[in-house]
Design a protein around this ligand. Structure first.
Ligand code: VG1
Ligand code: CO
Length: 544
């Protein structure tokens, strides 16, 4: 086997978004497309020679072929070893765990997360650094810059690795270690949570549960942890066989896409606890019997109850949430006397806070929650955290959340997505808001007085870097907010996200349907952004 240097030309648009480079499979399958981007990553890394790379993906269509290509490229680019998940599988949080545990140089995760898969679906690639977390912005920008000037890539001229068999083999001069994708991760989970206590409830049926893996990567993880280690019956798992096209569905754990689970949780024999995870296993949806826990509330509830959990019994250093995530967690942090950080959307912004020990728990409204145990959001971690809270408190999901509202107040919250709108219309809508919202300060919109309007800029408190244009905010005097931003993970047209939030301190008014509670703000959002006129849409495509 020899190293080949293959001539190539740049592709336009190899720009990583909120979470890596995501494109349709048909784009990734163009000759040299994947290779160009992988070489752009490798060319941007300093000090990788002789080091270990972690490699795996969510098992979607094109995963296995792409892994073989990346292995041959890693061998031709100076890595000493690649640790690859068996059959090319590693969930996003498991990859983060493996990088950290084995002190790897970094890792490549193949996933388009919650985007559909299959020949007509999406594919994606992201790079994680030595701390196990997504590459920070200055690195993703460097990958893109390199992709615009690339003229060749390096790859072995042959050789493939049997990904089905655990153990070490050689590829050119590089070692390839095929590792169990679940073992390290499951061990980490066992170190954080009270498994004997949870097992006592779950195996005896005192606490019934249903977990929907949505035919995505978490199936094997859920079987090992929930069934084998915690004694839940196999029937507690739904769609636990990973499929390359996720069974044709959207592997996105929300009320719109996890309908099978939602129906079970609303049915007459609903279990006590329901949960789902996404394509690459980093998202979570938490349900009680006929009860939906918004991700923002979930973060707040977990922060308030963290001291009940073995891994967090000494308290938390701080909480961090993405800017559009509701401010429910801020109230808990204030009561605990710890800081609450507000970051831009995307997990890469939590890394510095976690590395510096400033935050312990992090969350996003988009069904993402995690802690300092890894540097990614972690779907099954959130499930186990909730199960441990349920075991410790002996109350139902709904009772715990309602009691939380009574104590802290309720942040009514919803996100309205307008998917696949015209890209130019989306850009114009945001530009118009950028120009006009600062002038709204002091004005009345309906019954709400505007305190301020801006386009969010983040200053990282650890390294002082700035990130601009992270979302248009309309902030009202009573603490309500409307946020507008364009998605950075879609692959077709543009997706407008509108985030709505209103605080309710009156316990007698905390049990409304969020869409009713937010109706005034929904109308104001339409008025301020002229959504109908600019996008031609009179309703969102997805409401979460
Ligand atoms: C979305 C979510 C964001 C999340 C990102 C990646 O990004 O809003 O909170 O971090 O997806 O999640 P955007 O730019 O489309 O709003 V995942 O599970 O795709 O890795
Ligand atoms: Co994901």
């Amino acid at each position: 086997m020899t190293v080949q240097v293959i001539a190539t030309k740049p592709f336009e648009g190899q720009i990583p978004g909120t979470s890596g480079l995501r494109k349709q499979v048909s784009v990734f399958k163009k000759p040299h497309y994947l290779e160009n981007f992988v070489q752009s990553i490798f060319d941007s890394l300093r000090g990788k020679d002789g080091k270990t790379l972690v490699l795996g993906g969510d098992g979607r269509y094109h995963n296995a072929e792409a892994i073989q290509v990346i292995l041959r490229m890693a061998a031709a680019n100076g890595f000493a070893k690649v640790m690859v998940g068996q059959n090319g599988i590693l969930s996003t949080p498991a990859a983060s765990c493996v990088i950290r545990k084995h002190k790897a140089f970094g890792g490549i995760i193949l996933s388009a997360s919650h985007n559909p898969g299959g020949p007509d679906g999406d594919f994606g690639i992201k790079y994680n650094t030595t701390n196990g977390g997504p590459a920070p912005e200055h690195m993703t920008k460097a990958f893109h810059v390199r992709s615009t000037e690339i003229d060749s890539y390096r790859i072995l001229d042959g050789g493939s690795v049997d990904l089905g068999t655990l153990g070490t083999s050689q590829l050119g001069g590089m070692a390839v270690d095929v590792v169990d994708p679940v073992a390290d991760y499951a061990e980490l989970m066992e170190s954080l949570f009270d498994f004997p206590r949870i097992r006592e409830l779950v195996s005896g049926g005192k606490l019934t549960l249903c977990f929907d893996a949505m035919h995505a990567v978490t199936g094997p993880y859920a079987r090992d942890i929930l069934v084998n280690r915690l004694g839940a019956p196999e029937s507690a798992l739904l769609n636990a066989t990973p499929l390359p096209d996720f069974g044709g569905g959207h592997p996105d754990p929300n009320l719109a896409h996890a309908q099978e689970l939602v129906a079970i949780m609303q049915g007459p024999d609903a279990p006590d606890f329901g949960a789902a995870s996404d394509g690459d296993g980093d998202r979570n949806m938490i349900l009680g019997r006929d009860f939906f826990v918004t991700p923002s509330d979930s973060l707040a509830v977990l922060a308030a109850n963290a001291s009940l959990i073995p891994g967090y019994k000494d308290g938390i250093a701080g909480v961090a949430r993405s800017m559009p995530t509701s401010m429910a967690a801020d109230r808990v942090a204030a009561e605990l006397g710890v800081p609450c950080f507000e970051t831009p959307t995307g997990w890469k912004f939590f890394g510095n806070l976690l590395d510096a020990g400033k935050a312990t728990l992090c969350g996003e409204e988009s069904f993402g929650t995690s802690s300092g145990h890894v540097r990614e959001k972690d779907g099954l971690w959130a499930v186990l955290m909730w199960l441990n809270v349920l075991a410790a408190r002996g109350e139902s999901v709904a009772d715990i959340v309602r009691a939380h509202w009574r104590r802290f107040g309720r942040n009514y919250y919803s996100r309205h997505d307008y998917e696949e709108i015209d890209s130019q219309a989306g850009a114009d809508l945001i530009q118009n808001l950028r120009d006009t919202v600062p002038g709204l300060a002091g004005k009345m919109l309906g019954a709400y007085r505007v305190r301020a309007g801006d386009d969010f800029t983040y200053r990282d408190p650890v390294d002082d870097t700035r990130s601009h244009n992270q979302g248009i905010r309309v902030l009202f005097e009573d603490g309500s907010r409307i946020v507008f931003r364009l998605s950075g993970t879609g692959t077709k047209g543009a997706t407008l996200r509108v985030y709505l939030e209103r605080f309710e301190s009156d316990p007698t008014k905390q049990d409304m349907d969020p869409q009713d509670a937010l109706a005034d703000l929904i109308a104001i959002a339409e008025e301020v952004a002229q959504i109908r006129e600019r996008t031609g849409r009179d309703a969102p495509t997805v409401i979460t």
